[in-house]
Write a protein that binds this ligand. Structure first.
Ligand code: ADP
Ligand code: ZN
Ligand code: MG
Length: 481
């Protein structure tokens, strides 16, 4: 295959999490019995009037601000006409030329789908607009069903600039977008529930050429994996055609996940004419600078900003910060704990290594963890104040994990307080040396590696409670004398 530059732009649909639908008061809920969450408005009866959902608009503006977009001072809804069973009004209320959010960017870094490290990069956002979702068709053997529960659910469309150049970058962009939406409580982005859906645009051009090639759109991808796979497939397919001297024409394709290939849905000649025009039943929206400032004050911290803060002011490594911001709930847990210990690095270590592992083994979410952040911070304090040894702490942790008891009370109940009394430790030291005269002889004749053996013996005699530093010091004194 000759050398081509790959150009990728994504159109991502994200359902906004709200109590009710976009233009009526039906619940916005997934998984109910089909056609039970409907009313004349979302069923498109003649003569009904839409009433815009304030929360959905606020969350769309929040999404825009989280992606560094500018918020349009003047925006409106439009009617997008088309005829298809999933759209009972024969038009969808959407936004055409004056969407809520324009010109933003999303920062990507970290790993792509193949696990390859990507550099830092900004992906431009062209626009974010708000529309109503359509009904869901289900095609079964011999008949089709339509569920209107989804019709009218608030749906954002986030259009990117053609800034991505690999399938891995597209994957990283989607991950970043999903993380932002989840952080801000805008959407859960559960792809299995159709809360996040993606159309992919891709073209190839000869390496270094300025002019973009003909774009092919792959519609309705419903997992990050299929985005990645379909892009890899399309890059190969288009490259091969171009190598053969073929001229590509603009088309829309579907993705067959079983075959691992795309197929033609429609060519440009059959493109829709949506006959957009302003929605006459809804007033345009005006946002002043002070409205937008007020929105900005309510914004949560971006995952990226959180990572930077964890590293710069909490002494965590980039890796720690990455893991602790994978889910907002992890970061929340950590930050709640930080209020109770100065040993932020240790707390992070306990969350990342012990807590997340145990939670995953037990298939429990961090929000449901019996160990609350304050309790884990208290355990970290017990270790750093020398009240318990690291080894004892692991046992205490296990018990805390199962029972939700405080570290302090477990330590008291079981008599696990660290022994720091030198005279008591000295007894164990003497005992260990007396019980192992030949090892003592070896040590004294120069085989100093048996020192660790003695440390182990003393710890065992003390049931893991002796302060390791004092053990080392006393052992050295006794053996060297
Ligand atoms: P359309 O008018 O067909 O919807 P747009 O210009 O609105 O096309 O772009 C839709 C999406 O396709 C955007 O995400 C954009 O970044 C991407 N895109 C546009 N041109 C190309 C191209 N030549 N190659 C790949 N992606 C492209
Ligand atoms: Zn309704
Ligand atoms: Mg477009």
């Amino acid at each position: 295959m000759s050398m081509y530059d790959v150009v990728i732009g994504l159109e991502v649909h994200v359902q906004v999490r709200t109590e009710s639908k976009m233009f009526c008061s039906c619940p916005n809920k997934y998984g109910a019995e089909p056609n039970t969450l409907v009313c004349p408005v979302c069923m498109g009866y003649p003569g009904v009037m839409p009433v815009p959902n304030r929360k959905a608009i606020e969350k769309t503006i929040m999404a825009g601000l989280m992606c560094s977009c500018s918020i349009a001072p003047y925006s409106k809804f439009d009617r997008k006409s088309y005829f298809y069973p999933d759209m009972p009004k024969n038009y969808q209320i959407s936004q055409y030329d004056l969407p809520f959010c324009l010109k933003g960017k999303v920062h990507i870094s970290g790993k792509g789908f193949s696990g390859e490290e990507l550099g830092d990069k900004e992906i431009g956002i062209t626009r974010i607009h708000l529309e109503e979702d359509v009904a869901k068709n289900t095609h079964l053997a011999g008949y089709s069903g339509i569920d209107f529960n989804r019709a009218g659910v608030p749906l954002m469309e986030i259009v990117s600039e053609p800034d991505m150049t690999t399938a891995d970058e597209a994957y990283a962009y989607l991950s970043a977008l999903k993380q932002i939406m989840q952080y801000a409580g805008i959407s859960d982005c559960d792809m299995e529930k159709g809360q996040m859906r993606c159309d992919v645009n891709i073209s190839l051009k000869p390496t270094g050429a300025v002019k973009f090639g003909t774009k092919i759109e792959i519609k309705n991808l419903n997992s990050f994996r299929s985005v990645h796979r379909s892009l890899l497939h399309e890059i190969k397919r288009q490259g091969k055609l171009l190598d053969e001297g073929k001229i590509l024409s603009q088309e829309t394709r579907g993705w067959n996940d079983d075959l691992g290939e795309t197929y033609l849905l429609r060519s440009k000649e059959n493109a829709h004419d949506y006959r957009y025009f302003p929605e006459p039943d809804l007033m345009p929206f005006k946002f002043t600078d002070s409205d937008i400032d007020a929105f900005k004050k309510g914004l949560p911290e971006l995952p990226e900003a959180k990572r930077e803060r964890f590293v710069s002011s909490m002494g965590l490594t980039t890796y720690d910060a990455h893991v602790l911001t994978l889910e907002k709930a992890y970061a929340d847990y950590f930050e709640e704990g930080v209020a109770f210990t100065k040993n932020t690095k240790q707390l992070a270590n306990w969350i990342i290594t012990e807590l997340l592992r145990e939670l995953s083994n037990a298939n429990v979410s961090i929000a449901e963890s019996k160990i609350r952040p304050k309790q884990l911070a208290e355990l970290v304090e017990l270790i750093s104040s020398g009240a318990v040894t690291g080894k004892t702490a692991k046992d205490v942790f296990t018990e805390m994990f199962q029972t939700g008891k405080d570290a302090q009370s477990i330590v008291k109940e079981k008599g696990l307080v660290q022994v720091t009394d030198s005279s008591e430790i000295e007894k164990f030291v003497t005992q260990a040396i007396e019980q192992n005269p030949s090892q003592a002889e070896q040590y004294r004749s120069g085989k100093t590696t048996v020192f660790q053996f003695f440390v182990g013996q003393v710890m065992k005699l003390s049931k893991g409670k002796a302060n390791p530093q004092i053990v080392q010091k006393l052992l050295k004194e006794k053996l060297d004398s």
